[in-house]
Design a protein around this ligand. Structure first.
Ligand SMILES: Cc1cc2nc3c(=O)[nH]c(=O)nc-3n(C[C@H](O)[C@H](O)[C@H](O)COP(=O)(O)OP(=O)(O)OC[C@H]3O[C@@H](n4cnc5c(N)ncnc54)[C@H](O)[C@@H]3O)c2cc1C
Length: 261
């Protein structure tokens, strides 16, 4: 079935209220990096989503104890399945389960899609500047996948740059897909490695700072749409620097995933 048909069917099929819990089935899992794994979920009554939205995931133990966390949707809006990419925090309650225990055919409770602010659609236009730290790449990947699926003229009208900060090259989530997007360039991808870089690495080797943002971003006069996502400290510092550089605060959208990575 073509994507257009799938989208029409999805739009015509009445779904549950968006914030009702549903049991999703894990269709497949894919190890993205040593610490991050993608779960592809079949959500029976998925109403469709916008790039940048997230879901809540709820785990319920046999004794009734519950833990709930938010995870961004990595898949493009046109996809029939919902992909989440979770980075394992060793002392975490939920992420080690999602990254290690959950297997294909298992069920997991989700509700969503959630969020109407940190979203982007090709129709909004560009330029589009994306800044990610660590697993903050996930909702930005949904935007990149949405952009990649747009028709050629819509895509050409929206230049995209991604600045992605990761600890090491091995921690770069979706690395092969990003390399493909960058060659031939549909998206300008700039990586910065904060902990360790291969000997031949010629890219940035530090945290995102003012000079890096000045070099990578368009000037504020180009009025890019900016989306920043990742650990709280990165998001706050990048957003402040961009506003200092003259970008209108209302064009700099942020999503904080939690404490400093
Ligand atoms: C809107 C939204 C979308 C999110 N999307 C994603 C996503 O796509 N992929 C993803 O991997 N995570 C995402 N997160 C973070 C996720 O919700 C959890 O916070 C994360 O998985 C940790 O949960 P945990 O139960 O394993 O750890 P917890 O048991 O909650 O915490 C364990 C320890 O880690 C610290 N910690 C908690 N969260 C983080 C964090 N994000 N970074 C560093 N340290 C942390 C805690 O302070 C604590 O010390 C998102 C968060 C939000 C608010």
């Amino acid at each position: 079935m073509s994507e257009a048909v799938v989208e029409r069917v999805a739009a015509a099929t009445p779904g549950p209220p968006r914030l009702e819990w549903q049991v999703a089935t894990v269709v497949s899992v894919q190890q993205e990096t040593p610490r991050a794994r993608t779960l592809v979920l079949d959500v029976p009554q998925w109403p469709g989503h916008r790039a940048g939205q997230h879901v809540d995931v709820r785990l319920v133990a046999e004794d009734g104890y519950q833990a709930q966390r938010s995870y961004s949707i990595a898949s493009a809006p046109a996809e029939r399945t919902v992909a989440l990419t979770v980075e394992r925090l060793d002392d975490g309650e939920v992420s080690p389960y999602l990254c290690g225990v959950l297997q294909p055919a298992d069920g997991v409770e989700v509700r969503g899609p959630i969020g109407g602010y940190f979203v982007w659609e090709v129709a909004q236009g560009g330029p589009l500047l994306l800044v990610a730290g660590g697993s903050g790449i996930v909702p930005l990947m949904a935007m990149l996948r949405h952009h990649a699926r747009a028709d050629v003229s819509a895509r050409a009208a929206v230049p995209v740059r991604l600045l992605y900060s990761a600890r090491t090259l091995d921690d770069v989530i979706y690395r092969a897909e990003l390399e493909k997007l960058a060659d031939p360039p549909q998206v300008e991808v700039v990586l910065t490695l904060t902990r360790d870089a291969p000997p031949a690495w010629s890219g940035y080797r530090r945290r995102v700072d003012r000079a890096m943002l000045e070099a990578v971003s368009w000037p504020s006069s180009a009025a890019p749409h900016v989306y920043v996502c990742g650990p709280t400290s990165l998001v706050e510092s990048v957003a402040t620097l961009l506003v200092d550089l003259g970008h209108e605060a209302s064009r700099v959208r942020t999503e904080r995933f939690g404490p400093t990575a």
